[in-house]
Design a binder for this molecule. Structure first.
Ligand SMILES: C[S@@+](CC[C@H](N)C(=O)[O-])C[C@H]1O[C@@H](n2cnc3c(N)ncnc32)[C@H](O)[C@@H]1O
Length: 205
């Protein structure tokens, strides 16, 4: 059962009141699988749509910080009759403590996270040690973390944080998925421009 009573400090509660209310409402009205598949940074939903169509028996929950993109994606899912995907609009790290129980996440996709180049913005990065601590708690043993990026220095930083974290280990190459995952918006662009993409595939130990 999600933790509907989880509260952040007053400033966060005030600043993020709309998305927090939406996340709490969603958690109240929906029971999520105890083997949850999730994406952080779903953008306009292209990747989640692909996964949902390919795997009609699995429900996919996306978290996208920009409300306009989340609602556009949900409208298109509805029009296309896709009922096994939904995108909530919130900061993923505010949504997770409310929505997801410890050990509930089975797989998490983080595709092309924003690099946040400036030192003072680094704390907004999705993959960084403090967020990995929380993700490790929410993931079950053996749960998969699939990350892709076309930003070399960000890949180096994320890999360093993941390799240093005691709860994560790289997925051996032999266990990489045989079928390629669907393309996200950014995948489409990197393929068109022939940009090199790095795969950071890890699992919860
Ligand atoms: C560079 S885009 C990549 C989008 C998409 N995953 C793709 O591969 O095309 C990064 C996305 O993450 C979203 N985002 C950034 N920080 C986030 C956070 N803390 N929680 C949820 N979404 C976030 C952005 O709004 C944006 O849609």
């Amino acid at each position: 059962m999600a933790d509907l009573n989880y509260r952040f400090d007053d400033i966060t509660e005030q600043y993020a009141s709309r998305p927090l209310a939406e996340v709490r409402e969603y958690a109240k009205n929906n029971t999520l699988s105890d083997q949850l598949s999730m994406e952080i940074g779903s953008n306009k939903g292209q990747f989640l749509r692909g996964l949902a169509v390919e795997n009609p028996d699995t429900f996919y929950l996306g978290i996208e910080i920009r409300p306009k993109w989340a609602s556009q994606a949900n409208e298109s899912f509805e029009k296309e009759g896709i009922s096994n995907a939904h995108i909530l609009s919130a900061d993923a790290f505010h949504a997770l403590p409310i929505l997801v129980d410890d050990g509930q996440l089975k797989e998490l996709f983080v595709l092309y996270p924003d690099p946040w180049w400036k030192a003072r913005h680094r704390k907004r990065r999705v993959i960084q040690t403090s967020n990995l601590d929380m993700l490790a708690k929410k993931m079950s043993p053996g749960a998969k973390l699939w990350i892709r990026t076309d930003v070399g220095p960000l890949a180096n930083d994320m890999r360093a944080d993941l390799n240093a974290h005691p709860e994560f280990e790289p997925i051996p190459l032999k266990d990489y998925p045989l079928d390629p995952f669907p393309y996200s918006e950014r995948d489409t662009l990197t393929i068109k421009k022939s940009l090199p993409v790095q795969l950071l595939y890890y699992q919860r130990v």
